[in-house]
Design a protein around this ligand. Structure first.
Ligand code: SAM
Ligand code: DTB
Ligand code: SF4
Length: 350
């Protein structure tokens, strides 16, 4: 009998080198594979590039919450919707560093600092740079998500030694206008290009469960995989529906369809870390195990994401123990570029 990959996979689906020329029919054919064939192919791609028993642990910190001028239809931090979430000022640098130290103690190797901004104001740059330097000094990987960036702001973050910048495309180019009207899909691609060109690792993905069609899920993954470089980190979020937002009463996600999304992301971007991101709070342990089998190899740890709930340490430790999953050490992502840092030194792995 011919191996499964030959029987069922589209030609080139498991090529050794990452591809940037995915055609819609190929991606739709991956989504349409029998589940066992799809997850086998994803697991094969995963094992070619990673230790399949390692998962990267990131922890989020909302350094500036709420009051955002954008209108992203999924987000409870937008000032356009009445969600009852109080807005706060930018956190003090030392408080952020203290949170990062606690996250490290709890097992996180990356600290992701998020601000509810359309873009940073220049007057805030020195503060966020100090946060990057302080968190880096703890030996953690640093990530920030601050909205759109100018070229100068991107350079400044690179000089501070930022390892990753998160900026999601959120959905397909075709569905995007149904979700966000205050900035365009192209604006997002422009920020991603600045981050890439500054040599900072790109973290970019999107959300599943916003009422998008199957073709939009394929379109979102095509938009990511056909970038000039694959994002080094690809977060796949399941919508956390929040009351007061336009998407607050969205239908529950089909778990098997979500696992398919992870598997197709893994096959299309084989060397990237794929994060099972928001939404784990609403997933069974069994569904999460299927996501890991399908090639997810990063999660957010801690009992809170930015503003919504996450499973927390006790539950996650028990799950990782049951699955025999170990923590991926800092800077072990094979596709990661070394950060610049103000002193030009590469941060050593812990
Ligand atoms: N304000 C910045 C921005 O939008 O670029 C950074 C923070 S924003 C919260 C980062 C990402 O979180 C969004 O692009 C979106 O993909 C994800 N996100 C936000 N709210 C979410 C929700 N309710 N469920 C799932 N993902 C969500
Ligand atoms: C990403 O893709 N998911 C994270 C991170 N990047 C910034 C954010 C998830 C937010 C979920 C809703 C909340 O907790 O506010
Ligand atoms: Fe603002 Fe980011 Fe929320 Fe959009 S996702 S409303 S930009 S905080």
């Amino acid at each position: 009998m011919a191996p499964l990959t030959e029987q069922h996979l589209p030609a080139d689906a498991l090529e050794a080198e990452p591809r940037h020329n995915w055609a819609r029919e190929e991606v739709e054919a991956l989504f349409a594979l029998p589940f066992a064939d799809l997850t086998f192919a994803a697991q094969t791609a995963h094992r070619k590039n990673f230790d399949a028993n390692e998962v990267q642990f990131s922890q989020l910190c909302s350094i500036k919450t709420g009051g955002c001028p954008e209108d992203c239809g999924y987000c409870n931090q937008s000032s356009k919707f009445d969600t009852g979430l109080p807005a706060s000022k930018l956190m003090e640098v030392q408080k952020v560093i203290d949170e990062a130290a606690r996250a490290k103690e709890g097992g996180a190797t990356r600290f992701c600092m998020g601000a509810a901004w359309r873009e940073p104001k220049d007057r805030d740059m020195a503060t966020v740079e100090a946060m990057v330097r302080g968190v880096k000094a703890l030996g953690m990987e640093t990530c920030m998500t601050l909205g759109m960036l100018s070229t100068e702001q991107t350079e400044r973050l690179g000089d501070a030694g930022l390892d990753y910048y998160n900026h999601n495309i959120d959905t397909s180019p075709e569905y995007y206008d149904q979700v966000i009207t205050t900035r365009t899909f192209q604006d997002r691609l422009d920020t991603l290009a600045r981050v890439r060109e500054a040599g900072i690792n790109v973290c970019s993905g999107g959300i599943v469960g916003m009422g998008e069609a199957d073709s939009d899920r394929a379109g979102m993954l095509m938009a990511l995989a056909n970038l000039p470089e694959h994002p080094q980190s690809v977060p796949i979020n399941a919508l956390m529906p929040t009351t007061g937002t336009p998407l607050g009463s969205s239908d529950a996600l089909n778990p098997i369809e979500f696992v398919r999304m992870i598997a197709v992301a893994r096959i299309m971007m084989p060397k990237s870390v794929v994060r099972l991101s928001a939404g784990r709070e609403n997933m069974s342990d069994e569904m999460q195990a299927l996501c890991f089998l399908a090639g997810a190899n990063s999660i957010f740890v801690g009992d809170k994401l930015l503003t919504t709930a996450n499973p927390g340490k006790d539950h996650d430790e028990a799950l990782m123990e049951r699955l025999g999953i170990r923590s991926m050490p800092a800077h072990a992502n094979p596709s990661e570029k070394p950060s610049r840092g103000s002193d030009g030194r590469v941060q050593a792995a812990e």
